[in-house]
Ligand binder design. Structure first.
Ligand code: SF4
Length: 221
């Protein structure tokens, strides 16, 4: 099976396995999703979702985030880790949104990527989930690991992985692809002991037999 045949088969199978896959960060507006995505660096979505309801009640606009006293914001997001850097990123991005975009989160990759503290991954999350625009593929730790294990890339750099995936996956499925792989990475294809014995993707996965053969795959009871 070629890479592209495997990618096509996975695009057919994954929505059957995860018909409800979606972004697991809670948000109501593009600004909220941008802030939640910044907070999710080195932190679980669950933890972020515990912090954001009070945060979003307190700060309701880009102007409010930009004007927030750093110590107050740091305290509000402390439990997500790296809170000093995250506070700087949130205030700087919110300030630029207020000054350059009239308080509205921009809808293009170039404009989003130009915001301080906003990388391509964050921009892709916002474009795909707040604006339903498939401009790229979100490559986080799960998408990177699974795309490698599934034999769709040999690259390690996220942008190079993204380029490989954009060639293999139909554009309409770019946002879904990230959701499917993130869900599979959290529920089945764990970093240390993937659950290959019970994996729905095993017939298509070149790594499954290797893990099972080496005894590294988890056996569910
Ligand atoms: S077979 Fe194993 S390595 Fe392949 S996707 Fe499934 S859990 Fe991951």
């Amino acid at each position: 099976m070629t890479r592209s045949e495997r990618a096509s088969a996975l695009v057919k199978l994954l929505p059957q396995v995860y018909p409800d896959a979606h972004c697991e960060l809670d948000f109501k507006t593009p600004l909220q999703l941008l802030i939640a995505t910044i907070l999710s660096a080195q932190c679980t979505d669950k933890r972020v979702n515990l912090v954001t309801p009070a945060l979003f009640r307190r700060y309701r606009s880009a102007a409010a985030f930009a004007a927030a006293p750093p110590a107050d914001l740091e305290k509000a997001i402390q439990s997500t880790g790296f809170f000093r850097n995250k506070t700087k990123s949130i205030r700087a991005a919110a300030g630029a949104i207020e000054e350059k975009h009239g308080g509205k989160v921009p809808k293009t990759m170039d404009e989003l990527h130009a915001l301080p503290g906003v990388g391509r991954k964050t921009a892709n999350v916002v474009l795909g989930n707040a604006f339903q625009k498939n401009e790229g593929v979100v490559v986080d730790t799960h998408v990177a690991r699974l795309s490698q294990r599934l034999g769709l890339t040999t690259q390690k750099d996220p942008e190079k992985i993204e380029n490989d995936l954009m060639r293999l996956i139909p554009r309409n499925d770019w946002t879904n692809w990230s959701h499917w792989l993130i869900w599979h990475g959290r529920r089945r294809c764990f970093a240390r002991k993937p659950d290959c014995h019970n994996c729905e993707l095993l017939p298509l996965c070149p790594s499954g037999p290797k893990f099972i053969g080496s005894g590294l795959a988890r056996v569910s009871k």
